[in-house]
Design a protein around this ligand. Structure first.
Ligand code: ASP
Length: 333
């Protein structure tokens, strides 16, 4: 028998009508009751929390990370499934992947339709996640959804409502799951894992600021004034903004704030091509380009770097380590 631990965190897969709308409500045992368990799999449930995932904090995510490591300390466990809201699933999954140093898989899944819906997707996704967790090794943290297996790194929510909710817009999925097995098509690129951080007394503030036409760096500087230890600039195009943003980035990095550069474009890497406020100048001012990572995951990489070291040099080195596996897949960009 494969022993799989299901860690339940809420989301639509655990949601019920609350009188005005849906919200996470059910515990892990109730979520498990909705799904069939693949033959040869034995399930244990850990009820961590039951919240809509937009409400998750860094503290929730670090608690999940530490719980996964505690569960994997038992050599009798063969794999983990995390049931999670889809809205921020890409962030929690990537956080766990950055710190995952074990051949046993952690498989995230969830649902687009609420619990108990006759044609809901939760039960099938959970079954597929259990099957994947019981059978694959050495792939890091995965997202199993709508019959597809995705690497946590690079995978984002790409559809607000449709069942095929996840994809890596700059890459390819890792495999497929169905007809009783998971078929792995490629080995995901992964960096050297980062150490698991202690739970800090208070979580560091890491902000996202988006550039757009007519934008000025007021909100970027507001992030600094609010005490941000890291800021992700979500630039336009291949990573471009304005000379005014370059000045603000230089101020931030001079003050020891970690600045990462990503783009609001759906796919493709950030590239140092343009000056006059473009990525060439933003990187010269100290911003670290994040390859093909999109905003939410770039923010998680900055968070892990900030939690892992005290000074700007150490943090920048950890951020670069976290990004090291992020080889742009230009053909798909
Ligand atoms: N709002 C929900 C959540 O992320 C959406 C979902 O789970 O699909 O918790």
């Amino acid at each position: 028998m494969a022993r799989i631990v299901v860690i339940s965190t809420g989301g639509t897969i655990a949601s019920r009508w609350q009188g005005a709308g849906y919200a996470a409500d059910a515990d892990g045992a109730e979520v498990m009751e909705t799904a069939a368990v693949p033959e040869g799999v034995e399930v244990e449930v850990v009820d961590l929390f039951s919240v809509n995932s937009p409400r998750l904090t860094t503290r929730h995510q670090l608690t999940l990370l530490r719980t996964v490591h505690e569960v994997l300390a038992d050599p009798g466990v063969d794999g983990i499934v995390v049931t999670h809201g889809t809205d921020t699933l890409e962030e929690s999954a990537f956080l766990l992947d950055l710190h995952h140093d074990d051949p046993r898989p952690v498989v995230f899944t969830g649902a687009q339709l609420p619990m108990g819906t006759a044609d809901g997707d939760g039960p099938g996704n959970l079954y597929d996640a259990l099957l994947t967790a019981a059978t694959v090794r050495g792939l890091g943290v995965l997202v199993v959804f709508d019959g597809k297996v995705h690497a946590a790194r690079g995978t984002v929510k790409v559809r607000t409502l449709a069942p095929d909710a996840f994809a890596d817009p700059s890459g390819h999925r890792v495999g497929d799951v169905g007809f009783g097995s998971a078929v792995i098509l490629r080995q995901p690129g992964r960096p050297v894992p980062l150490a698991v951080p202690e739970l800090p007394a208070s979580s560091p503030r890491i902000d996202l600021v988006m550039h757009h036409s007519d934008a000025d760096p007021v909100l970027f500087r507001a992030a600094l004034a609010a005490g941000a230890q890291g800021v992700v600039l979500v630039a336009t195009g291949a990573g471009n903004a304005t000379p005014e943003f370059v000045e603000a980035v230089a101020e931030a990095t001079a003050a020891g704030v970690l600045v990462a550069l990503t783009t609001r474009v759906e796919s493709g890497p950030v590239a140092e091509i343009y000056t006059h406020g473009g990525a060439v100048d933003l990187v010269a001012a100290g911003a670290v380009p994040t390859g093909t990572l999109r905003a939410g995951q770039a923010r998680i990489a900055v968070l892990s770097a900030v939690l892992g070291a005290d000074g700007p040099q150490g943090r920048t080195a950890l951020l670069r380590q976290a990004l090291a596996a992020d080889t742009p897949v230009l053909a798909a960009a």
